[in-house]
Design a protein around this ligand. Structure first.
Ligand code: ASP
Length: 350
């Protein structure tokens, strides 16, 4: 990723080294151009992972870039027509949920029983309205259900059968649980199970793409919002819920500070309320958005063993990408700049 502020990152790298003497790792930060005064902006991610360049086929890479571009364009089309941020987030993330190559919707990571259980949330910065679903198994597009919880109920989070029942009741598209399961995710589950039992014959667990997806948006009404949707982690414990549906952990948006969508090892993002803390640093500690995110991801989570990435947006539509992994699929588009995407953290969006 384009190292935006080389000096601060050099210092950050040293700070991380001191905090964690056994591993030298630091955050890669990118601040992509979105124009001088954009009317609308959308930035998305498709999960942070450890796969380096050589481990992905050109076809895998090309497919990722095409899916990211299609998602950006779907959100942008609505934003350009004056839609709200949550409407654009839903449109963009549905495309990635429907793609089997991301860990959300079809192609979600499987739990220890071999089932796909989905977590999603959305938040609007204008009034802190928020909605989410956790552990759903039959909602075709969990991000749509999260938005419906926000807009059509007095609640913030529905889980399990209750979330499925709500979505069916209001007429959202439902799917047979088998619809979500792909051969790639079944193979990843076998590898992870074997690995966790000390058997490496099937190879290392496939962490190439964690593949959670998220978006942050500035709409024409001047509001920012954020949304995130995932299947969680491969071989997760039955009933486990991660950071993604938890407001303040995996998703947060406030017009007073920033909008954040996170991806990575969810338990760490929950324990350090990463999304909210990034925005709180901007609001109360007068940190820049990039520095706030670096402090949370590199200085705070990395020394504890938590890796991942975030996409974040300021109320004026400025975008920041920060990751502590080798890849974070991502993209950005605005009323003043075309869709640009990237896969690895050592490349810029283009
Ligand atoms: N944060 C997600 C979780 O822990 C997974 C990910 O982003 O890769 O459920």
């Amino acid at each position: 990723m384009n190292i935006n502020n080389r000096l601060s990152l050099a210092v950050l790298g040293i700070a991380s080294l001191l905090a964690s003497p056994n591993s030298f790792a630091q955050a890669a930060t990118e601040v992509p151009e979105v124009g001088t005064s954009p009317d609308w902006v959308i930035a998305i991610h498709g999960g942070a992972g450890d796969a380096k360049r050589a481990s992905l086929t050109p076809e895998q890479e090309a497919k990722s870039r095409a899916d990211l571009t299609a998602a950006l364009e779907a959100g942008a089309k609505l934003l350009d027509a004056g839609a709200t941020g949550p409407e654009a987030i839903e449109a963009a993330l549905k495309i990635l949920e429907d793609s089997p190559d991301f860990n959300a919707g079809r192609g979600a990571a499987l739990d220890e029983h071999g089932d796909a259980k989905h977590d999603a949330s959305i938040m609007r910065g204008e009034d802190h309205a928020a909605g989410g679903v956790a552990g759903s198994s039959r909602i075709k597009n969990p991000i749509a259900a999260a938005r419906a919880v926000m807009e059509q109920t007095q609640n913030v989070l529905l889980h399990g059968e209750g979330a499925d029942w709500f979505a069916a009741d209001i007429g959202l598209e439902m799917a047979n649980p088998h619809y979500f399961i792909t051969e790639g995710r079944e193979a990843a589950l076998r590898r992870m199970r074997a690995f966790e039992h000390g058997d490496t014959n099937l190879g290392a667990p496939d962490s190439a793409y964690y593949g959670t997806v998220g978006a942050v948006v500035l709409d024409r009404h001047g509001n920012i919002s954020a949304g995130t949707t995932t299947g969680g982690r491969t071989n997760k414990r039955y009933g486990r819920i991660g950071d993604t549906p938890i407001i303040g952990s995996g998703t947060y948006a406030s017009n007073q500070s920033c909008a954040v969508s996170a991806t990575g090892h969810g338990e760490f993002f929950m324990r350090w309320t990463v999304a909210r803390d990034i925005c709180a640093r901007v609001e109360f500690a007068d940190e820049t958005l990039a520095r706030s995110a670096e402090i949370m991801l590199a200085d705070t989570l990395l020394p504890k063993g938590g890796t991942g990435g975030i996409i974040a947006m300021e109320p004026d539509g400025s975008v920041v990408f920060v990751a502590t992994t080798a890849n974070m699929r991502r993209g950005v588009m605005s009323s003043e700049s075309p869709a640009r995407v990237a896969v690895y953290t050592d490349e810029e969006v283009e």
